[in-house]
Design a protein around this ligand. Structure first.
Ligand SMILES: [Zn+2]
Length: 104
């Protein structure tokens, strides 16, 4: 917030990262489902798993695709039981530990 936002040269709207923010249109849900259907493992990071349709993706992985899933989040959620592994921790700390274990 200390710096001015970069603006689109065409329409002068603020540029934003390629992520879905609260209130944005969901445009990649189908592609997410396709990716999960090809995956061997799902890692879910830092979400309350409150917002639909995103919060249905772990069920797709676990129940339909039968792939193992892990979840790292600061707080417990109503969907924790879906996951084979659950870590309640600050995301930055958990990721640093994960980097050590996976050594990259
Ligand atoms: Zn623009």
């Amino acid at each position: 917030m200390k710096h001015e936002l970069p603006l689109c040269e065409m329409c002068k709207s603020p540029l934003k990262p390629d992520v879905v923010l609260f209130g944005d249109m969901i445009t990649e849900h189908m592609r997410s489902e396709q990716r999960i259907k090809q995956a061997d493992f799902m890692l879910v990071l830092g979400t309350s798993l409150w917002v639909t349709p995103f919060n249905t993706l772990p069920e797709l992985a676990v129940y339909e695709c039968e792939i193992p899933a892990a979840f790292i989040n600061r707080e417990p959620t109503a969907k924790d039981e879906l996951f084979k592994w659950v870590v309640h921790a600050e995301l930055k700390d958990a990721i640093n530990e994960l980097k050590k274990v996976l050594s990259f």
